[in-house]
Design a protein around this ligand. Structure first.
Ligand code: ARG
Length: 466
């Protein structure tokens, strides 16, 4: 009768409760294509050492092609008794090639080295899909930053008005973490680029198979150096899970910004109708659901990472079944991000900013106080005192309920009297404009329009170089 891949020494098949617990086809079936690709490469390795004749190899490869076609069409799917995708595919192969030939393919490989190779193959392919979505989002942020021109907005620290900044500066600030995520994915691929195929269950194989040739056929440039490590480690999976969680956190930070800017109180930005949702009871509502879902789903992306790391902690160093738990974590992350990113990019692409309102709010809340202090420094006042003198101006303005530029000549003369001659004091007004303030921030990476244009060009160059 048809049993598990390990029936020989057992008197009975698995109990129904065990079978239900053990079964992974409901999630690992998505590795079927990679498994069949691995089987082709493995068959050729068996052929090279004479464990499959030329004739057998040809029949094996056509049987695998037919199996792939059946998988593609849905004609072949796992059944209730299949423990995992590997079990199902061996059954499918034997259906086509017969016991005699189909039963030869398993020589010299174990599901342990197989599954460790498959998860890497799958993740490497998905990481390219993820990278291309991230590239689109970065391009969109760059386009929005360019479209923002020289519009000035309130820059905040602790959510309080701090210093005026360019809208473009704030927007492009969100491109850099994403560019680093792209870099992380590329860098991760160096470590993922090693094939565990040939490690066997843990100790390597006795059949003289060439793992380097198998690796090459599966798109790997290296073979894992140690067969125990190759089958037992999942740090490469966990590192991918970290990058996915980090992308989630980076999206969540931008989401939070958009949600706040979109409130009635801020009213800095409007969401396009096609990228916002309504309320079933309040007809006036237009909600930023994409940003909220992205922010919310960052929680599950972090959870996937945390769950995986917790599973890996304290495992003995060779295959244990716990390792089967690596897959759902990263499958969920990839599914989540590949669903969130296209919608997120569409939302960002269609944001429209209220430039007038941003400009009007930019200097309020005494956001030019630093400019007063730095102007005083340029007149030779030590910064410690300049900070205090500017603070005194803020105090006067606040008491009167006016902004800094509403203070009179006498106010400035009084405030600066210990340090500056009276005629000089009112000249501080030169820096009491938003444009003057941003223009002055010419340091590299700063908010001066020329510096921001530079940053946008750098982000673009980095994106093109990837
Ligand atoms: N399905 C398992 C996994 O995903 C691989 C099978 C290993 N089973 C075993 N008895 N060694 O990790």
């Amino acid at each position: 009768g048809r049993l598990a891949l390990w029936g020989g020494r057992f008197k009975s098949g698995p109990s129904p409760e065990l079978a239900v617990l053990s079964k992974s086809t409901q999630f690992d079936w998505r590795l079927a294509d990679d498994d069949i690709a691995g089987s082709h490469a493995h068959a050729r390795a068996l052929g090279r050492v004479g464990l499959l004749s030329q004739q057998e190899l040809e029949s094996m490869e056509s049987a695998l092609d037919l199996l792939q076609a059946r998988v593609d069409s849905g004609a072949f799917i796992p059944d209730e008794a299949d423990e995992d995708e590997a079990t199902a595919l061996e059954r499918g192969l034997i259906d086509i090639a017969g016991d005699e030939l189909g039963g030869k393919l398993r020589a010299g490989r174990s599901r342990n080295d197989q599954i460790a190779a498959l998860i890497r193959m799958w993740l490497r392919r998905q990481s390219r899909a993820l990278a291309s979505e991230l590239v689109s989002l970065c391009r969109t942020l760059i386009d929005q930053a360019k479209a923002a021109g020289d519009t000035v907005m309130p820059g905040r620290t602790h959510m309080q008005h701090a210093q005026p900044i360019l809208l473009a500066h704030q927007l492009i600030a969100h491109a850099w973490p994403l560019l680093r995520d792209l870099e992380r994915l590329r860098d991760w691929d160096h470590r993922a680029d090693a094939s565990p195929y040939g490690s066997g269950a843990l100790a390597g194989n006795t059949l003289g198979l060439d793992p380097a040739a198998v690796a090459k056929e599966l798109g790997f440039s290296h073979v894992t150096e140690n067969s125990i490590d190759g089958t037992a480690s999942r740090d490469v999976v966990a590192e991918f899970a970290f990058i996915a969680a980090m992308i989630g956190v980076d999206l969540s930070r931008l989401s939070e910004e958009i949600i706040i800017w979109n409130t009635q109180e801020f009213a800095f930005v409007r969401l396009d109708d096609a990228y916002s949702t309504g309320s079933s009871i309040m007809p006036q509502k237009k909600n930023p659901d994409i940003a909220e879902l992205a922010r919310g789903k960052s929680g599950r992306l972090i959870g996937d990472l945390t769950g995986l790391l917790t599973t890996l902690k304290g495992l003995p160093t060779a295959y244990a079944r716990d390792l089967q738990e690596d897959k759902e974590a990263v499958f969920d992350q990839v599914d989540t991000l590949l669903t969130v990113l296209p919608a997120f990019t569409g939302m960002v692409r269609t944001l429209t900013f209220d430039h007038e309102r941003l400009e009007a709010e930019a200097p309020t809340g005494f956001a030019l106080a630093t400019d007063i202090a730095e102007w005083l420094v340029k007149q030779g006042v030590p910064f410690r005192h300049a900070h205090e003198l500017s603070g005194a101006c803020v105090q006067v303005a606040e008491q009167r309920g006016v902004e800094l530029w509403d203070l009179s000549d006498e106010d400035f003369q009084r405030a600066f009297k210990d340090f500056l001659p009276a005629p000089l004091a009112p000249q501080v007004r030169q820096v009491l404009s938003t444009q003057g303030s941003v223009q002055a921030r010419q340091g590299q990476g700063g908010t001066a329009p020329a510096r921001v244009t530079e940053q946008i060009a750098q982000a673009e160059a980095q994106l093109t170089a990837l």
